[in-house]
Design a protein around this ligand. Sequence first.
Ligand SMILES: [Zn+2]
Ligand SMILES: [Zn+2]
Length: 283
Amino acid sequence: MERVIDDVIGKNPHSKDLITAFKPLFLVRERLIDELKLKPADRSRIDAERLRQGIPCIEQTPFFSKDDPWEQIGCAVASAIGEGFPALAEDAAKLGKEIEAGALRLFDAFEGYPASVAAAADRWAADADIKPQAIGLMLSAVTRIILQVRSNGIGDHIENMGWDRGTCPICGAHPTISVIREKITQRWLHCSRCGHEWRFTRMLCPGCGKESPSGIDYFYVDDRKQETAFTCDACKRYLITLNHISDLGDTDRDVTAMGLIHLDLIMQEKGFTPMMRCEWNTF
Ligand SMILES: [Zn+2]
Ligand SMILES: [Zn+2]
């Protein structure tokens, strides 16, 4: 992971501060995903017919459990936020203390996911006087860690069940980045909420499902034609897209997406909105 991060910064020096701030979060996420031995979600409850109707796995079987190691994950994430974001260090320390003392129960945000997230976040911000930004960073990191660990094996299980949407079959979120591979020119969409990647037709917009009236458009700057933004005239959204990518193994899609933040800025100046708003593409 450290090498991947250094590589992306080397290619995109303008993203150095952003990626450096998120680096401790990326590292703690990688470590916990590797270490946590949580029981995967119950795949026997996932029904192919309901998937074909567009109901993602998370609405068919529970992904969050009261017994998950919320305190361990929460404290590790809070300390990574403090390390990467000095302006939030005090809030991150407070978060860690509240979680450790049992005063802030992370599961409260996930008990009725997704509706319970905003209510819990508002309450914590008010009760413990913690900046919403710190709480938001923590919740998205914790969500990602649990979802990715719990969906282990689920992606393969549902691979051929006929999901044909532009939203994630595991968690229902829109993609933050897409990749068109070199040999078989299929488009893969990446979900930053849970880490899943799935195939989606290149002909339609993953945001609105429509074929763009003026055709499919890809925007790029200078001669960097591998790094583009897919744009849709129908819904006025864009999706960062990597073209003809061959080195599949050695990369992290979220770090890569952060390296292309200049494209986000340009597209938003042109009046497009990101297909999926996330911690780093909202200005
Ligand atoms: Zn997802
Ligand atoms: Zn669209």
